[in-house]
Design a protein around this ligand. Structure first.
Ligand code: NPG
Length: 369
């Protein structure tokens, strides 16, 4: 397929409710939407880099720079047969996984359309519905957290992830566990602790958690392995895994028993599938993480989660948990069994709403062959 043009759209949408993690509170979420034109078709991908280098070193600014200056020039006017071709063209670029993933996502969307398949079918997915949960941010007080959880449970979410940080951990998690003894519950520290905090995690070991996500340093495997050896609860790595190689290294040193796969963090759907396959071979469950995506990114996440070893519910909540007016449609709606339905339409399954895109857009750039 000959790549004719690529456009970048920097958009920002207000979140339905502010979202607080151990590195701060977000009221609005920016993203870059990548629009790729080839042979009369248009594919879309979402770059999940944030406004600042908090979760990752990548930001909207670095991603815009890397996509426009280094990735797009590798593709314009070129003939690409497969995602492997595209991945090979990006082979010289170190890091910048979120930038690479967004361009690759737009190409997968086009490829699915060209082959008359849904994205889920194209990647080898097997499910019509994917199990999902909801990620609950840090709240000003415990009563406010409990009422937030209650409201998500009444929406129908069957799995809850609580954000934790020093001072907002064991007591909070215990309170939620006591109120809902059978709830599928997990926690996410976003690297807010060190090995010296091991007693905090040991204190959570009897709270029947599905997993403890990224408790320690965002690049660490060694200390996570030491902590995992002291715990029954599985440690799940998120920030530390940037590629299939990282996944193998982490598993080889027993740094975790579960991996969170985010397409952006690992550099694209091809790498995400490779990590999925590696984990399946090693008997390690995976689940799909979320980055407060618009429906463009959510469609790719839902497709990814149809692969068979995605056996834990993903952070892929329904569209109404994030934005009042998404830039793409249709919205994803929560089913009674805490699942989202997998689009059967050709391509990613969502289309851009041009007027909403323009209303939410801060800048854009068109690059042609
Ligand atoms: O439902 O998309 C979602 C949010 C899931 O908690 C979530 N994401 O650390 O995994 C994370 C966190 C996050 C969101 C991190 C935005 C960075 C930015």
């Amino acid at each position: 397929m000959k790549i004719d043009a690529i456009a970048l759209h920097h958009v920002e949408l207000p979140l339905v409710t502010p979202f607080e993690t151990s590195f701060g509170r977000e009221y609005n979420r920016p993203c870059i939407l990548v629009e790729l034109h080839a042979e009369g078709l248009v594919g879309w991908g979402e770059c999940v880099a944030g406004s600042g280098p908090w979760y990752s070193y990548e930001t909207i600014g670095t991603a815009w720079h890397v996509i426009s200056e280094f990735l797009v020039p590798q593709l314009l006017g070129q003939n690409l047969d497969s995602p492997a071709d595209l991945v090979a063209r990006f082979g010289r670029v170190r890091g910048h996984a979120m930038a690479r993933a967004s361009v690759e996502a737009a190409f997968w969307d086009i490829l699915a359309q060209a082959q008359g398949l849904s994205l889920a079918t194209l990647i080898g997915g097997e499910k019509q519905r994917v199990a999902v949960g909801v990620s609950v941010g840090i709240e000003p007080t415990l009563p406010e957290l409990l009422s937030r959880v209650e409201s998500y449970l009444s929406d129908g979410y069957g799995r809850v992830k609580l954000k934790i940080k020093p001072g907002w951990d064991v007591q909070v998690v215990r309170a939620v566990r006591e109120r809902w003894p059978d709830l599928l519950l997990q926690v996410d520290a976003n690297s807010a602790y060190t090995l010296e905090h091991a007693p905090i995690f040991k204190a959570m070991d009897d709270l029947n958690l599905l997993l403890i996500e990224q408790p320690l340093h965002h690049e660490d495997f060694v200390d996570h392995a030491k902590l995992q050896a002291q715990l029954q609860t599985p440690i799940c790595l998120d920030e530390s895994i940037h590629s299939p190689e990282h996944a193998r290294w982490a598993l080889d040193v027993h740094a975790c028993k579960v991996i969170n796969i985010k397409v952006g963090r690992v550099g694209g759907l091809t790498a995400a599938k490779q990590i999925h396959d590696l984990c399946a071979e090693r008997g390690i469950p995976v689940w799909c993480g979320g980055m407060l995506e618009t429906n463009v990114g959510r469609a790719a996440n839902v497709a990814l989660a149809t692969l068979p070893n995605f056996t834990l519910p993903g952070d892929i909540s329904a569209s109404d948990r994030y934005y009042r007016e998404d830039v793409a449609a249709p919205d994803f709606v929560l089913n009674d069994d805490s699942t989202l339905s997998v689009p059967s339409a050709v391509g990613s399954g969502v289309s851009i709403n041009q007027s909403r895109l323009q209303a939410a857009r801060l800048r854009h750039l068109e690059l042609r062959a």
